[in-house]
Design a protein around this ligand. Structure first.
Ligand SMILES: C[S@@+](CC[C@H](N)C(=O)[O-])C[C@H]1O[C@@H](n2cnc3c(N)ncnc32)[C@H](O)[C@@H]1O
Ligand code: SF4
Length: 371
């Protein structure tokens, strides 16, 4: 039975962060969210129809802010998935959470509902930085959230954002060391990306402040690798570091390795193989349209070339790289040769991988490999 992962998108957030361009909506708690929730359940059932026998490999609640969901609703979604697909007891079920007091109070409920891994959006352990990032929690509540999450779930990952205006690599290293000392098994440090449609995008265009230049951003990246490695974290993906293989995000590794996943909820993307052909799916992103639609999913067949290009783009994110056997028709060895010579890539045991110097400029490498 082929594996299937589920990504469930809950779009509401208490506040919209000035850097974020995900499909999110301010939670004003005016309208009932139950119709959207029911539409997500119906979407899961409809997409499961006709998929054939599948083994449920992982579930990931992302957002938006799924920790704003009532725990019993999370339980309903997990139960529905388990009714539709066979699963084993060691299935990884992750939920993204923001560390506000109200959400921390729900952690035990999420655990009882079946969640066994928490991805906590800490972003920073400095109050000034959190204020700049427009977050609605303090560093103290982030630390309280980590401690509670550790005791409730055991498996905890932290998201942090670095390469902020005025930040130095030394200050970032100090913050990263404090985060690692909290004892989590997984850290995802993301370099701040300035998205054009966000408040940060507008501020940078108006010249109010600027992010670090590319060479300083590279210094931040290499410092991150060195510090986390010295503390026992292996970089298994461009922005993901785990204390050993069992601490990796099984869900995300499956996505990067090309396992089918069902994307459920407004704007969610998925990849499903039907009758031997891989399809790219995307759900309507507008909440009302998604809730009202009889079928909110648009689906397009991927050509063999498109599927291979995607396998290359996702596989190269992993430190272990991508197996050449997954790229039978791309002229990849020929294109990779100069990049190997320049030290950006390596080829061994039938796998092509980016070196640390290559991972920091991965977008440029992909342009050359796919040109
Ligand atoms: C979409 S958020 C959802 C998690 C949760 N709502 C939160 O804010 O913690 C997932 C992660 O993406 C990262 N992220 C979002 N926008 C980013 C940006 N412009 N630059 C860097 N990281 C970003 C943040 O670290 C965030 O934790
Ligand atoms: S970063 Fe998280 S909380 Fe902030 S707007 Fe994006 S999804 Fe919502």
């Amino acid at each position: 039975m082929s594996p299937l992962s589920l990504y469930i998108h809950w779009p509401y957030c208490s506040r919209i962060c000035p850097y974020c361009d995900f499909n999110v909506t301010r939670d004003r708690q005016q309208a009932s969210q139950r119709p959207l929730f029911e539409a997500i359940l119906a979407d899961m059932r409809r997409q499961a129809d006709g998929l054939g026998p599948r083994h449920l490999a992982s579930v990931f609640f992302g957002g938006g802010t799924p920790s704003l969901l009532p725990p019993d609703w999370v339980g309903e979604l997990i139960d529905q998935a388990k009714q539709l697909f066979p699963y084993t007891d060691d299935i990884e079920i992750t939920l993204e959470a923001n560390p506000t007091d109200a959400e921390i109070a729900r952690f035990a409920g999420f655990r009882a509902a079946g969640v066994n891994r928490l991805s906590l959006g800490v972003q920073s352990l400095n109050d000034d930085t959190l204020a700049f990032l427009g977050r609605n929690h303090s560093a103290a509540s982030a630390i309280a959230g980590i401690e509670t999450a550790q005791s409730v779930f055991g498996r905890v990952s932290l998201d942090l954002i670095y390469a902020l205006p005025g930040q130095t690599p030394d200050a970032w290293e100090e913050e990263l060391r404090r985060a690692a000392a909290l004892g989590v098994e997984h850290i995802s440090p993301y370099q701040l990306t300035i998205e054009q449609t966000t408040a940060f995008g507008r501020a940078v265009r108006r010249g109010q402040w600027s992010p670090p230049k590319a060479d300083l951003a590279e210094d931040f990246y290499f410092r991150t690798l060195a510090v986390l490695q010295s503390l026992g974290f292996e970089a298994y993906e461009v922005s993901n570091h785990a204390c050993g293989p069992s601490a990796r995000s099984a869900h995300n590794v499956k996505i990067w390795e090309g396992v089918d996943y069902m994307g459920i909820g407004p704007g969610a993307h998925g990849r499903l193989t039907r009758d031997g052909v891989r399809h790219a799916t995307v759900a309507l992103s507008d909440l009302r349209a998604y809730t009202a639609a009889e079928n909110p999913i648009e689906s397009a067949m991927l050509t063999a070339d498109e599927a291979e290009e995607e396998a290359l783009m996702l596989g190269l994110r992993l430190t272990e790289g991508v197996a050449l056997s997954r790229l039978p028709s791309l002229p990849i060895q020929e294109k990779a040769a100069p990049l190997i010579e320049q030290g950006f890539m390596e080829l061994s045991a039938g796998r092509l991988r980016a070196t640390p110097a290559g991972r920091v400029v991965l977008d440029r490498l992909l342009l050359e490999l796919l040109s």
